[in-house]
Ligand binder design. Structure first.
Ligand code: CMC
Length: 423
């Protein structure tokens, strides 16, 4: 099969042949044909906006790999900090590197006193933790004058370390404020997930259950990256203007907040609660299909058209967590909903399967997290992915400031009409 593609402009008869590799051809073909030619591609359905070596995703076969390692193996054998190192550096750390990296992260978990007191106290008492988190990430950058030195590798590495280490602290800070409990300082004797759980829940003598600590870490691993999703694209777009990484991460977190993206886990639990009983599942499915109700939250994906491998791992992890916490009463409704959807032609023909958010909310809820915190839990580990993409972007000679074109469909030029003459 030839490894080129030929495009002909029927208006001029001009023909351009360009290489095609991995199903992708360069848009320079269009510029060669006619520099004023643009593709109309809403939501970037057919656009590869970058080359990337970080995450491989095969939606038809349900494959997800970080730097070539299958997600199933990473979820079984590694820790989130190892995975973060892998995403950022391209290789798994050896023992010495992992020790140094863990030590570095552990010693950057504290936040400035002004953040945990004066900043957070400014929020309304019922502020949504994810809204607080988005603002807190941007605000964090103002404490580091070197944050803007993005051309200096040493400074970039430092910001990366700070962001990865402080995200759990910011997340727990937002939670504690929203439930009116005092801030808990990081405990550097604990693991990354253990420290987070401790900052979330510590009241009096609290000890982290090692099974929940491991479950938290597995969830962090599964959420660490997912190539060019909406949040990561926001990270790259904002990063392309050479904004500091705190501002870019805050933009990425804002994108994640939406119910069609990371906000879906929250919506799944709200949906299951509203359904209330397995007897109501058929009527709910009917409502979704008729278009009169909402979508089936936690189902469907832009890329996965067979199954989401993260959902399979999460479903198993859910049972591990329920052994400790007791079963989430919403599980039966979720299972019935999944069964009903997977045997219904509406969902099958559209290739709609459970995604990562379908079961993650049930685990979070069983672990005691309030629904409002679910998207924050997604953002903590996704920071590693955002920063890996940010680094890659800054080192990519093909990249420039993001600036798509538009298809103008407004009125043609006309003369200004004075207010008195407008009737
Ligand atoms: N429930 C019912 N119908 C659906 C659903 C759903 N969850 N998802 C897609 N469809 C229908 C959609 O209405 C359309 O039907 P038709 O062809 O008749 O117009 C068809 O399936 C194709 O959907 P689409 O909206 O063109 O697909 P997309 O790739 O633009 O959207 C999605 C992907 C994830 C936004 C969408 O499936 C969705 O809204 N799902 C529910 C929200 C959700 O669970 N989001 C989490 C995504 S995974 C975590 C993450 O990456 O953030």
């Amino acid at each position: 099969m030839p490894d080129t593609i030929t495009i002909t402009d029927d208006r001029t008869g001009k023909t351009v042949t360009v290489p095609i590799s991995g199903g992708v051809f360069p848009s320079s073909a269009l510029r060669e044909l006619d520099p004023s030619l643009f593709m109309y591609d809403p939501a970037y359905l057919s656009t590869a906006a970058c080359k990337s070596e970080i995450t491989y995703l095969d939606g038809d076969n349900g494959i997800l790999q970080y730097r070539g390692y299958p997600i199933e193996q990473l979820a079984e054998k590694s820790t989130y900090l190892e995975v973060a190192y892998l995403l950022l550096n391209g290789e798994l750390p050896d023992k010495v590197q992992l020790e140094a990296w863990t030590d570095d992260v552990t010693h950057h978990t504290f936040i400035h006193e002004n953040m945990r007191k004066r900043f957070v106290d400014g929020f309304h008492y019922d502020a949504h933790p994810m809204g607080m988190f988005v603002s807190a990430v941007a605000a964090l950058g103002t404490f580091y004058r070197d944050a803007k030195q993005i051309d200096d590798k040493e400074s970039r590495d430092k910001q990366i370390l700070r962001l990865i280490a402080k995200m759990p602290t910011l997340a727990a800070m937002c939670h504690r404020f929203s439930v009116g409990q005092p801030f808990v300082y990081p405990n550097n004797d604990l693991s990354f997930p253990g420290n987070f759980l401790n900052m979330m829940w510590k009241v009096g003598e609290y000890e982290v259950d090692p099974r929940l600590e491991r479950a938290m870490d597995v969830l962090f691993i599964l959420h660490a990256d997912h190539e060019q999703n909406c949040g990561t694209t926001a990270m790259r777009v904002v990063g392309s203007s050479h904004a500091d990484p705190y501002s870019a991460c805050s933009a990425a977190a804002s994108a994640l907040y939406g119910p069609l993206h990371g906000g879906a886990n929250e919506q799944v639990v709200r949906m299951l609660t509203e359904i209330g009983s397995i007897d109501n599942v058929p009527a709910f499915i009917q409502e979704v299909k008729s278009g009169t109700g909402s979508k089936l939250m936690g189902f469907g994906h832009r890329v996965y058209k067979n199954f989401d491998p993260r959902a399979t791992i999460i479903k198993k992890a859910a049972y591990d967590v329920f052994e400790v916490t007791g079963k989430n009463p919403l599980l039966d409704i979720a299972l019935k909903l999944e069964e009903a959807a997977l045997s219904d032609d509406y969902f099958v023909s559209r290739k709609l399967y459970p995604n990562v958010d379908f079961y993650s909310g049930l685990i979070y809820q069983a672990m005691g997290f309030p629904v409002d915190m679910f998207t924050v839990l997604f953002a903590i580990p996704r920071t590693a992915g955002w920063l890996a993409h940010w680094q890659e972007l800054l080192g990519d000679k093909d990249q420039k400031i993001s600036r798509p074109r538009q298809w103008y469909t407004g009125v043609e030029a006309r003369d200004y009409v004075d207010l008195g003459d407008r009737g």
